[in-house]
Design a protein. Sequence first.
Length: 621
Amino acid sequence: MNDPRRKDAVAYLLPDGSQVDLARPPHGESRVLLQKDDLGRQVLRHSTAHVLAQAVLSLWPNAKYAGGPPIQDGFYYDFDIGRPFTPEDIEMIEQKMADIVQQDQPFTREEVSLDQAAEIFKDQPYKLEWIREMDPEAGEQGVSGDRVSLYRNADKFVDLCRGPHLPSTGRIRSFKLTRSSGAYWRGDENRPMLQRIYGTAWESPKALQEYLWRLEEASKRDHRKLGPEMDLFHFPPEIGSGLAVFHPRGGLIRKIMEDYSKAEHEKAGYEFVWTPHLTKSTLLEISGHLDWYKDSMYPPMELEGATYYPKPMNCPMHILIYKSRTRSYRELPLRLFEFGTVYRFERSGVLHGLTRVRGITQDDAHIFCTPDQLQDELAGLLQFVLDVLTAFGLTEFEAELATRPEKYVGEPADWDVATEALRRALVTAGIPFKVAEGEGAFYAPKIDVHIKDALNRRWQLSTLQVDFQLPNRFGMEYIAEDGTRRLPHMIHRALFGSVERFFAILLEHYAGAFPTWLAPDQVTAIPISDRHHPYAHRVAQTLRDAGIRVIVDDSDQTLGNRVRKAQTSRVPYQLVVGDKEEEAGTLSVKPRGGTERRGVALDDFLSEICEEVRSRRISPH
RNA sequence: GCUGGUGUGGCGCAAUCCGGUAGCGCAACCGACUUGUAAUCGGUAGGUUCCCAGUUCGAAUCUGGGCACCAGCUCCA
């Protein structure tokens, strides 16, 4: 069941063209036909969640049930049965659900008063909590005033619910319970932990199979698996959770990413700075970060009467560079860039491979400008972000405009100016975006740029923030044309977000098969027999002289064995050379995932691959 | 941090429930084969069963603590 207080109610279009508000179905209409669209799926999953709760209640009559909405790809429902669910429990529940579906029980809707609802759910403390909080005046949940809607199926199960539902449980075609785990009641870590069961439901067995395939594919290309397997990086337990080491091949990919990024930043007018990894507490007191984030920072070191912290962000240090001398309006915008590694003590449970680490390298820059320059700077910056991400083969963008949170610093009027500047930049760039109310940082509103990867998963990458607070706190100024001292505006921005996270996303996006320009090994040369070793090495040297990364597999193995290894290693090109090639000075060229071409002149291949690398083409051919 | 789960040669797994000499495949190494496009054959070596305590005649297995990882919750400057 949905949290009745949800405000994101959506309308659902019935087959006859009339609209149904999911929060308030019209009188007499409690049924929606199953359709293969998002809203149809919501209704399906919502109904399946009811069946899940019904199954749990029938197996554990004393179970307390809380709520269970449809979610991306499925649904969940929270319960309290006094202990966690075991895998055997889940199997049993799934079987019970299948029975309920088989029985084709009709869903029916009714309306009762809040008092009647409280009586019906008198043994259900979680339901009662919701009922008590419903405001009869607001009429949010019920049909009107103090009335609230319930859904039953076959008099065997009743739930507080806004609906709508499928006509009957028999309409549920394909579902599967996927996992269970603890979840705090109402998402509050100070409240009891319930046991949540997750499931998925689809309009056809085929759609379910496709979904399960996607899950399997995601797990196959999981960077935590591919990374060590491809010898790119690992997390040594001796160093500690969330602290990765990059191996030569991973380090090379990282270097290529960073080199490209630096070259683009240089072209875009950035200047490169470097700042230390430790700072006295003084700096963080001025910036305010110590007040806000002390709990998620590495603890302080006391030395010679001073207190030092590993830096949790780079911004204040860049500000000190700005402040090192008087700045004129002629110098602005001043753009300071650094690959800055920062340390944050993320809680142990949130760490996740390279996507959530404790040692984070940001492609971090701070732009200081005059108020007049702000708008142009933002528009140019947003385009720069899209251009750089596009070069890495990420081409589907969406953005979020995150506005002032409940806890913030500064003047609301400044926040409004900054937010509006960001909004206009989004409109200029023409990126689809939605507003995330209250999701901004404590000191600034921001734009978050999301990309979609090859499996259609969304990742948040870049962030752009307009900050009036830190310049204030640090007393920054510039000398304006009229000779007066003015407060500069400050833009925080990162494109990759974190190099580690971006690395992981690329690894998963490409399933390890990096475009040639990023691939640590670009070519494998395979001599057919011992007598072709010299030719293979000559070919390799010619390519290397042109900057191509080549390995020669002259190991004592059969040709088939070495070809297989080259294929499974995801190297973009394999070159097989034997008598024919050596005599003619040619190659047999087989691109990763393509078909071989024999008799290719070495020079031709060389210019092809060099052009491919130069243009950063995504797939080899 | 919280709830639950997992931890066995480099990798993937078996033996764990019910305590009794830790096994298999791949990879590695050695040898033979000299190959025309996804796994040649034969042999060898490799283990503090995550760590520390405890129970026991005996612990990979049971108990306690720690570390690391996994799923989710909460958090994410």
